[in-house]
Design a protein around this ligand. Structure first.
Ligand code: NAP
Length: 279
């Protein structure tokens, strides 16, 4: 009888109209024969507390939290999972059986899973890793790489103090280098990750010379609009394996769906096509 229950979840953000999350969660709701809906929840910052507190009364199983609420929402739930606490942000709220609210952050899981989907034998300790950027997404990427056993993470950000703050939070494998050294920081690495917004639709491309990048290094860009950024195109042209940001987006959604509705959903070629069409 569980499937006769109306399953309700959504994504809270401001603005929110651009979100692709309804496409994927509603695909899964239909695919797994659930009765329900995943909706856009446009919530202005001053209404965030009322909106989050109202989730159980409205019958929501939970919601995703996105820009600009990921940090503030942490203080508005009853409990925050340890991983999300370390990241300093939540991207998912799950209404617990007793009606209390628990916050999670699945971005790091989504990122690691996207690498494993592209390269099943990928290992974090295969060699040095260079991460460009130290914004919100970089926190999830760097923390999850460190937790997977990365031995050396070279972190470079235009504003170096933000990279320093991240290194202080996440400890020994993270070594901060000046932004000007980003070209040389590609020597000997096994993985390059772009977490800056450079190369995203509407922004200039990332200013990076790949000549010192080993030809075996995996190149990952967490941007998914466009699916192939100029960085990925350049890497592919010189023979490097590449991973785009779509896998991170799709994979971070899976544990949330499982927590709300009890099914760990699969990423199928049909789903990938549906999301690509919405980009
Ligand atoms: P954010 O917190 O605003 O961080 C932006 C980053 O870009 C900062 O490191 C910033 O450096 C850097 N940057 C901005 N302009 C730059 C420039 N001209 N030159 C060099 N670096 C520059 O954003 P975010 O939330 O981390 O998101 C970053 C990117 O990741 C976005 O493109 C977003 O779409 C993508 N993303 C993808 C997923 C996914 O699921 N695939 C999830 C989250 C985010 P400063 O600190 O110096 O400003």
């Amino acid at each position: 009888m569980q499937h006769s229950k109306f399953c309700l979840a959504g994504v809270m953000g401001w603005p929110i109209a651009h979100s692709r999350s309804p496409t994927l969660h509603n695909y899964w709701i239909q695919k797994y024969g659930l009765n329900g809906s995943y909706v856009l929840l446009p919530v202005q910052p001053e209404n965030l507390q009322a909106a989050i507190t109202g989730l159980p009364a409205l019958g929501f199983a939970g919601c995703n939290i996105t820009i600009p609420h990921k940090v503030t929402a942490m203080d508005l739930v009853n409990d925050v999972d340890a991983n999300a606490k370390r990241m300093g942000a939540i991207n998912t709220i799950v209404v617990q059986p007793d009606g209390s609210l628990k916050g999670f952050n699945n971005d790091g899981f989504g990122y690691i899973q996207s690498l494993l989907d592209a390269k099943p034998d990928w290992r974090a300790d295969a060699g040095p890793i260079t991460v460009l950027g130290a914004g919100g997404a970089a926190r999830a990427v760097v923390l999850s790489l460190a937790e997977r056993g990365a031995k050396e993470i070279r972190l470079l950000n235009r504003s170096e103090e933000k990279a320093q703050a991240l290194a202080t939070a996440f400890g020994s494998p993270v070594k901060v280098l000046p932004w000007a050294q980003r070209h040389a920081a590609l020597a000997d690495i096994a993985l390059l990750v772009n977490t800056t917004n450079q190369g995203m639709h509407g922004n200039p491309e990332l200013d990076l010379d790949l000549s010192q990048l080993p030809s075996t290094a995996l190149v990952s860009d967490i941007i998914y609009v466009p699916l192939e950024t100029p960085l990925l195109a350049a890497a592919r042209a010189r023979g490097n394996p590449t991973v785009n940001g779509l896998g991170m987006l799709l994979n971070q959604a899976r544990p949330a769906f499982k927590a709300w509705f009890g099914v760990m959903p699969e990423i199928t070629p049909e789903l990938i096509n549906a999301v690509k069409l919405s980009l």
